[in-house]
Design a protein around this ligand. Structure first.
Ligand code: 4FD
Length: 249
């Protein structure tokens, strides 16, 4: 998948291109990521990209002109790379909140152009003319759109076909089927007086599957009850839950 990121701080994206699953995907050319610095498209000796807001008030606003030129350049690069479906995505606290379903839908595009704002955001007219989608990573404010862009990139890249080994597998993650993940254990058998649950060492695959499902279901009920309401139970899972209920009382 092809990505262009419009950012005043291109070096930050080495976090994506150099490390972990996303770094490996970039090295294997499953991911092509280009950063475009709007400062390279700014005019004058000082190459300013920010200005004081009309109407006054604190902080600065990113100017439309250098961002428009940067986005046009990104679209040219996308075309040269043979990428047709490449929406412009703006990371902002005013956007729709990202979730696993939205991430799944991003994976279907040929590429993304991701716009990172700094200061108090960008001139609204740039958004009107050039932005296709506005997304947020949650209800809090950061100093720039770069970290949110990296969150989006990581979540999309790990879902690309072949980005993860069969052992890792995005299919198994929390949220993918709507429930939270189960507890995980590894060596040693006993850590500071806490034992690994016996069933996980039994080698009985059906019992392990049952235990893991009941753990996930209980955790989700405790921590995120609103997620359980949307979860569709299979016959097997209904049976497991019923048995548990009757053995408790
Ligand atoms: N919650 C998010 C995105 C960006 C950001 C910015 C307007 C501020 C948080 C546009 C105001 C961008 C988020 C930069 N903070 N800060 O996804």
């Amino acid at each position: 998948m092809w990505f262009a990121v419009i950012t005043l701080f291109p070096e930050m994206f080495e976090a994506i291109t150099s490390y972990g699953i996303s770094g490996r995907a970039a090295k294997r050319d499953l991911v092509q990521l280009t950063c475009i610095n709007p400062r390279d498209f700014a005019e004058g000796n000082y190459r300013r990209v920010d200005e004081r807001p009309f109407g006054g008030g604190p902080g600065m606003v990113m100017m439309a002109e250098p961002l428009a030129k940067a986005i046009k350049h990104a679209k040219q690069l996308a075309m040269q790379a043979g990428k047709n479906q490449v929406p412009v995505v703006y990371m902002s606290p005013q956007g729709k909140t990202l979730n696993e379903q939205a991430v799944k839908e991003f994976v279907e595009y040929d590429g993304l152009i991701i716009l990172c704002g700094r200061y108090e955001g960008v001139d609204e007219r740039l958004i009107q003319k050039y932005v296709d989608q506005e997304w947020s990573i949650g209800d809090y404010v950061l100093s720039g759109g770069e970290l949110p862009a990296m969150v989006l990139l990581d979540s999309v890249i790990r879902r690309l076909p072949d980005a993860m080994s069969d052992m890792q597998s995005a299919e198994q993650d929390s949220f993918v089927d709507g429930l939270l993940d189960c507890p995980q254990y590894t060596k040693p058998d006993c850590f500071e007086g806490l034992d690994v649950p016996e069933v996980l060492k039994s080698g009985h695959h059906l019992n392990i599957e049952k235990w893991r499902f009941l753990q996930r279901y209980q955790r989700t009920l405790d921590r995120r009850p609103e997620l359980v309401e949307k979860f569709e139970l299979t016959k097997q899972k209904k049976k497991w839950l019923k048995k548990q209920d009757s053995s408790e009382s």
